[in-house]
Design a protein. Structure first.
Length: 326
C-alpha cells in the first residue's frame, strides 16, 4: 500500500471536512506518524488519534501542550490551530491576532490569489465596501430563517419559535439593511435583531429572563454557551478566510477597531442561525459544556456551514469585483 504523507491531506477540501476539535488537559504530539492527543489516566496514558485530514481547526484549552512535530503535521494538512482558555473562550494571541481571536494559520504561500485580488479591487471603494457589508447581513438573515424554521431541526429539538413573528422581524431587518447609510447603522440593526432573536429563543424553550453578558457570565449557562459556541463559529470564519486567501484585516463591517474583523464578519453569517438557538436549547435542558459543544459541531457539519461561508464570501467578491471594474 502506498504511503500518504501529511502534505497530501490538504487536497481534501476544507468545506468537506467534518471536525472542529476542542482539547484540554492533554498533550498533542506525533506518535507513529499520526497526530494524537494524550490523556493521563492514573499511571497509564491514553492515546487518541486526531483525524487531521478531516479537521478544519483545533482549539487548545487549559492544560494543553503541543509538540513542534505535531504543529508541522497540522500545518501540512491545512489545520488552523488556536490557543484558548477553558471552555473555548477567550482565544489568546497567536499568528493572526485580533482583539481576542487569534490563529496559527498553516504557512502556505500557494493559496489562491483570485479572491484577494477581487476583494482589494472593491475594498478601497467606500460605497462598494458598504454594499459588501449589506450583502453579508442579507445572507445572515437567509441563514437564520432557513435554520430556525427547518422542520427536522424543530422536530429533533422541539425548538419552535413563532414563524410569523420571526419572518416579520427578518423582513423589517432587510428593509433597515437596504436603507443603512453606513456601517454604524448596519451594526445598530445587527444588534437590534440579535436582541429580538434572544427574546424569541427564550420564549421557544421557556428559558425565562435573559440578559446578554459576555465573558464570564457567572452561573448563567446560556451566556456561557453563547460565548463558547461563538468561538466555534470564529474557527470556521478563520478557516474560510484562510482557504480563500483573504487577510483578516480586510473587514467590511467589524474592522474599525479590530485587525481581525473579517473573521467576525464571516462568522456572523452562522452565529445567530446555528449557535444562538443551540445555546438556549442546551441551557434549558441542562447540558454540560461538552454536550453543547458536540451538538454545535454536529449541527454545523449537518448544515454544511463552512460551505455556506465560503460560497457567500466568493459570491460577494465576484459580484463587487464586477461592480468595481465598471
Amino acid at each position: 500500500m502506498e504511503d500518504i504523507t501529511a502534505g497530501d491531506l490538504k487536497t481534501i477540501l476544507h468545506s468537506k471536512r467534518a471536525n472542529l476539535y476542542y482539547l484540554q488537559h492533554c498533550r498533542v504530539l506525533v506518535n507513529g506518524g499520526r497526530v494524537e492527543y494524550v490523556t493521563d489516566e492514573g499511571k497509564r496514558s491514553a492515546y487518541w488519534n486526531i483525524p487531521i485530514a478531516n479537521t478544519t481547526s483545533l482549539l487548545l484549552g487549559t492544560g494543553t501542550s503541543i509538540t513542534q512535530a505535531a504543529m508541522r503535521e497540522l500545518a501540512k494538512a491545512g489545520v488552523l490551530v488556536g490557543f484558548c482558555g477553558g471552555g473555548g473562550t477567550p482565544l489568546f494571541s497567536a499568528n493572526e491576532v485580533d482583539v481576542d481571536v487569534a490563529w496559527f494559520n498553516p504557512q502556505s504561500e500557494y493559496r489562491p490569489t483570485e479572491y484577494l485580488q477581487q476583494w482589494v479591487r472593491f475594498w478601497f471603494d467606500d460605497a462598494l465596501r458598504l454594499e459588501a457589508a449589506r450583502s453579508f447581513q442579507r445572507a445572515r438573515l437567509i441563514q437564520v430563517e432557513r435554520h430556525w424554521l427547518d422542520a427536522r431541526f424543530q422536530r429533533d429539538t422541539d425548538f419552535k419559535p413563532s414563524a410569523a413573528e420571526l419572518k416579520a422581524l427578518l423582513e423589517r431587518s432587510r428593509s433597515a439593511i437596504d436603507q443603512a447609510a453606513d456601517t454604524t447603522a448596519l451594526l445598530t440593526e445587527e444588534a437590534r435583531l440579535t436582541k429580538q432573536l434572544f427574546r424569541l429563543a427564550t420564549q421557544a424553550v421557556g428559558y425565562g429572563e435573559f440578559v446578554r453578558a459576555k465573558r464570564g457570565s457567572g452561573v448563567d449557562p446560556a451566556n456561557r454557551f453563547l460565548d463558547h459556541g461563538n468561538y466555534l463559529a470564529y474557527g470556521l470564519g478563520a478557516t474560510a478566510s484562510w482557504v480563500l486567501g483573504l487577510p483578516h484585516g480586510l473587514a467590511v463591517l467589524h474592522g474599525k477597531t479590530r485587525r481581525g474583523g473579517l473573521v467576525f464578519d464571516i462568522a456572523d453569517l452562522i452565529k445567530d442561525a446555528v449557535i444562538l438557538p443551540q445555546a438556549f436549547i442546551s441551557a434549558s435542558r441542562g447540558d454540560e459544556e461538552q454536550a453543547f459543544r458536540q451538538a454545535c459541531i454536529e449541527r454545523l457539519t449537518r448544515v454544511e456551514a463552512l460551505d455556506t461561508l465560503i460560497e457567500v464570501v466568493q459570491g460577494v467578491a465576484e459580484r463587487l469585483d464586477g461592480e468595481a471594474r465598471r
